[in-house]
Write a protein that binds this ligand. Structure first.
Ligand code: 9Z3
Length: 385
């Protein structure tokens, strides 16, 4: 029987993972769409960014009733996709099914139904007057992206589907050379249930109905199931998901710019962890963010520029039900001054609209990308290739 890799061999871990955990059924048809999209933009020398967005699920059973999930709504990814389009990129939006989508996100947040934006007038549905201006703008941008074929929307649900799609799409993006970018904003699970430790049927809550553990092939499970009942307790014993960023950087997409995200909740370790990831994977940029301040500040950690904080000025911050503004500035490793220019309640913005932090993040990344493309072209010319 094949054994999991014992050494830290990234390639062995890759081959083991993708052999043991089969691809999603729609992988081929999605990749046909992706190939066509990528080749079209490669031919016109356009930059293409793969934006990943939303959480990944970890199913506990093959016929999945229960799964582990995380908090991500896909706001970062969906918002960033819009600003990438605005900055001239074509976007492959690889998102968790039913998480937020570019453009429609403006009308699908959970505090307000899209129906609240409309009214009935003489038997016809029309948009409420106060939303006309914004909706005309959003609809115009959405239609432009669609009509110019600049936005390809693909979806995943589980961690394994996500990894398969990322790997295949990254390999298809190779012809783009340095014009490719990977912007990995999805909140990816660190732990999962490998296929050979997953039971076929719903885990029973009572031992009375506990079954011999069978796998999807109708065989008796030879390994202890990762999720099982013992007595009255549910025991979940997950395995680590191999760190595929190394494979992305070295193997799947060697010429593209790679931007990863680091999410933490403890301000004391955010910058340290972001620097650690940059050193370990040797890619281009880690964007660090804290769960409770992520809408208002992020830190860029890169070889090019070191540690750089990006913050929305306080009077222009978006409202957040869960965020905590007093934590802003707490994760900075050097003391830098946090600009405090008054209350952030949008009602007291003195006519200044709130700013989405992604509108500050994306142009900065696009500038770094321009520099990387220039460097790659220069070094290719020097090598005469
Ligand atoms: C992020 O840090 C994203 O910014 C958020 C966005 C998930 C916080 P929302 O969807 O949230 O707007 O609500 N993504 C981090 C993804 C991640 O899992 N990173 C791994 C890690 O932190 C490394 S690739 O270890």
């Amino acid at each position: 029987m094949e054994q999991p890799p014992t050494s830290s061999g990234f390639e062995a871990a890759e081959s083991y993972y993708f052999t043991e955990n089969p691809p999603p059924k729609n992988l081929k048809s999605n990749m046909v769409l992706a190939r066509e999209f990528i080749n079209r933009h490669a031919d016109s020398d356009r930059r293409v960014v793969l934006v990943t967005s939303g959480g990944t699920t970890v199913p506990l059973e093959e016929q999945t009733v229960r799964y582990i999930d995380n908090f991500s709504a896909g706001t970062r990814g969906a918002t960033s996709a819009e600003y990438f389009l605005e900055n001239g990129y074509a976007v492959i939006f690889l998102h968790r099914q039913f998480s937020l989508l570019p453009y429609s996100r403006h009308y699908s947040h959970n505090t307000r139904s899209f129906l609240d934006y409309m009214k009935e007038e003489n038997g016809r549905v029309v948009v409420e007057e106060q939303h006309q201006e914004e909706m005309v703008r959003v609809l115009g941008q959405y239609n432009a992206a669609k009509n110019e074929n600049k936005l390809l929307i693909l979806s995943f649900v589980t961690i394994t589907e996500y990894l398969w799609m990322l790997r295949e799409a990254a390999m298809l993006m190779r012809p783009l050379g340095p014009n490719a970018m990977f912007y990995l904003a999805a909140a990816v699970s660190d732990f999962f249930v490998p296929k050979d430790r997953m039971v076929e049927h719903k885990i029973q809550s009572s031992e009375e109905f506990a079954q011999t553990h069978m796998n999807g092939k109708g065989e008796v499970q030879s390994k202890t199931p990762a999720a099982r009942t013992e007595g009255k307790s549910l025991i979940i014993d997950l395995e680590p998901v191999p760190k595929f960023l190394k494979q992305l950087v070295d193997g799947w997409a060697p010429d593209g710019m790679i931007v990863s995200f680091k999410l933490e909740t403890d301000p004391a370790i955010l910058v340290k962890k972001a620097k650690h990831a940059l050193n370990k994977y040797a890619h281009h940029l880690v964007i660090g963010n804290l769960l409770l301040t992520r809408k208002w500040e992020v830190v860029f950690v890169s070889k090019m520029d070191g540690e750089q904080w990006i913050r929305v000025p306080s009077r222009r911050r978006t409202r957040s039900a869960t965020g905590i503004e007093s934590l802003i500035g707490k994760a900075a490793s050097q003391k830098d001054s946090v600009e405090e220019d008054g209350p952030s309640d949008p009602d007291t913005l003195h006519g200044e609209p709130a700013i989405e932090i992604e509108s500050l993040i994306i142009p900065k990344i696009a500038t770094m990308h321009t520099e990387l493309i220039r460097q790659t072209r220069e070094s290719k010319e020097r090598d005469g290739s």
